[in-house]
Design a protein. Structure first.
Length: 130
């Protein structure tokens, strides 16, 4: 059983589909800019890093075959209709939906793991030399 379905993104009224067997590669591409826990926190708190979302969405669009720059995506997040905040939320939700396996969406009671705190090391001591 596949854990992902095909995923379709839209850019400038053209649709791009990533086959299910290539979704993990698309997720890796997006995670170069923003991780699933960061996306989930942004969605929950409303503290969205627009540049990271634009770069991640642009990378995924290019992965799917679109000819687009990150600057185009960033500008597009502010161009869509009168409800500019809505276009940013759509991009954020699109990335969240892409990055979560179909059986692990929040509606199913799942929450993404938190990022480990930077600079923290395990308190466990090694019992033998490494």
């Amino acid at each position: 059983m596949a854990i992902f379905d095909d995923w379709t993104l839209e850019w400038e009224e053209k649709q791009y589909t990533i086959p299910a067997n290539r979704i993990l590669g698309a997720i890796g591409t997006a995670e170069e800019f923003i991780t699933l826990p960061e996306l989930a926190a942004a969605a929950e708190t409303g503290k969205i890093k627009f540049s990271k979302v634009a770069c991640a969405y642009g990378a995924v669009l290019r992965y799917a075959g679109a000819r687009v720059t990150d600057e185009d995506v960033y500008g597009g997040m502010f161009r869509v209709g009168d409800n500019k905040k809505q276009s940013v939320i759509v991009a954020l939700q699109g990335l969240l939906g892409l990055m979560m396996p179909k059986d692990f969406h929040p509606g199913n009671g799942w929450t993404p793991p938190a990022e480990p705190a930077a600079g923290k090391k395990s308190s466990r001591k090694h019992t033998r030399p490494l």
